[in-house]
Write a protein that binds this ligand. Structure first.
Ligand code: UDX
Length: 439
């Protein structure tokens, strides 16, 4: 099939490459000429495992092309996946839908024949009817342009796997059984044929799916992090507790790793957006526990700052702190709402001299936090440190030998906020290690 992917950021670029991998002819559309130029050479404008390989393969074969021209995109196909960004509005939990409505407003006047617009971007429930109204009013083909809702659940660092072999496929339609459903079933035929569970539903349920899923995941992380607080007061070990709870299949261990709390471009935004929309709909009471999940999450970052002050004294001026990690999690160069950088920034504001290292995210971190110091090599970053903070769980950090590192630090003190260092080994090598939620 031929199809256009509108918006070539994280979601769109991955989706475009994966649709080409499934055998389709794909045209990616984005208004950013630099991004399009880079993608056209087979390179992603961000780090995602295996994505460069897929882009290179399919741009070379000619199955995947990129453009900034809406006219070209509209002439190319009659199936449009929309994966533009829906960021959080500054100062509120609500979504900024300007890119989504802008993209559809630009595209609609070119739609002169029956078409399907399948929206993948995350939105507040109630957006689909508004988009449908916009299309009806501005597309020459009017009612022949159908809107479908097709939320995306990909995780950064496993985005390709999550797209090609998703846990489930969700398709939302105003009216089931129309041409839009036939077209999307055809587009996803290989995914469906491999046994992926598929849920065909209405617009509102499909719109809610992503926000609800991410709110649950966020609440699950905050639950175990709240348990970490109780563990700290009682001398228990939150890792052992998570293992015990996780063996109950109704609970499950995955997505319940205690630590510094969640960050990134999705979980915090979708949790805030879900709460804001529920409140606007008069369902504020229903999301009380989600507000609590936000509070627990904010406390995790503060706890690491507090631990640093417990170790170094309340006056941090002149103290040298090394931070292992800038990305919001391992496997990505994404620093959006990164807990590691939030803690690094807070400690710098308290007067500490903070040196940050990360295998992928240093370029992005330098741009956002020019006030911090940076080091490429995690071992060299420890030179002269009064305190080492392990804030992003890159395996490369956990694999380093703590013995030689102890000699490089001024004082061998560490805080393992991710809980993935072998603390026994570190202590045996002379380090004092604090780990939130663990004795
Ligand atoms: C998330 C959802 O998982 C995905 O389904 C959705 O499509 C987009 O948002 P992502 O932001 O890539 O994906 O990251 P995820 O792996 O879910 O981690 C989010 C944050 O939670 C990270 O900061 C991570 O470190 C933290 N986390 C995750 C935990 O603290 N504990 C866990 O057990 C899992």
């Amino acid at each position: 099939m031929k199809m256009t992917v509108v918006g070539c950021g994280y979601l769109g670029a991955t989706h475009a490459a994966c649709m080409a991998e499934l055998g389709h002819e794909v045209l990616g559309l984005d208004s950013d000429p630099d991004r399009i130029a880079l993608l056209a050479t087979g390179k992603a404008p961000f780090y995602e495992r295996d994505l460069d390989g897929l882009l290179a393969e399919h741009t070379a074969s000619g199955r995947l092309k990129f453009t900034t021209s809406v006219e070209e995109a509209a002439a190319f196909a009659d199936l449009y996946f929309v994966g533009v960004g829906t960021p959080q509005q500054p100062g509120s939990g609500s979504y900024d839908l300007s890119q989504l409505f802008g993209a559809v407003r630009t595209l609609a006047p070119h739609l002169t024949a029956p078409a399907v617009i399948a929206v993948k971007s995350t939105v507040p429930v109630g957006t689909a009817p508004q988009l449908a109204e916009l299309v009806r009013a501005t597309a020459p083909a009017g009612d022949l342009v159908e809107i479908a809702w097709n939320p995306e659940f990909l995780r950064e660092s496993s985005a390709i796997e999550d797209t090609l072999r998703p846990d489930r496929l969700v398709l939302g339609f105003d009216t089931p059984g129309t041409r839009a459903e036939t077209v999307l079933r055809q587009a996803y035929a290989p995914v469906i044929a491999s046994g992926t569970p598929m849920i065909v539903t209405d617009w509102a349920t499909a719109e809610l799916a992503k926000g609800a899923a991410n709110s649950f995941l966020a609440a699950k992380i905050s639950f175990i992090n709240a348990m970490a607080e109780v563990c700290e007061k009682s001398g228990a070990n939150v890792s052992g507790l998570a293992d015990i709870l996780g063996h109950d299949v109704r609970i499950g261990r995955r997505g319940m790793q205690p630590g510094i709390g969640f960050g990134g471009g999705c979980l915090p935004k979708d949790l805030g957006g879900f709460i804001a929309r529920a409140e606007a709909l008069g369902a504020g009471e229903a999301v009380g526990m989600l507000r609590e999940a936000e509070s627990v999450n904010a406390r995790r970052r503060r706890r690491v700052v507090d631990l640093a002050r417990e170790e170094l004294g309340t006056d941090l001026r002149g103290k040298r702190i090394t931070v292992w990690g800038a990305a919001f999690k391992a496997g990505t160069d994404d620093i959006r709402d990164s807990p590691a950088l939030a803690v690094a920034g807070a400690l710098h504001a308290l007067g500490a001299r903070v040196t940050v290292t990360d295998p992928q995210a240093l370029d992005n971190a330098r741009k956002l936090h020019p006030e911090l110091d940076y080091a490429e090599d995690p071992a060299a970053a420890v030179d002269g440190a009064d305190l080492l903070l392990h804030l992003t769980e890159w395996p490369a950090f956990a694999h380093l030998d703590p013995g030689p590192l102890a000699a490089r630090a001024r004082t061998p003190k560490a805080v393992d906020a991710r809980g993935t260092l072998d603390t026994g080994r570190w202590r045996a090598a002379g380090w004092t290690v604090r780990a939130p939620g663990r004795p």
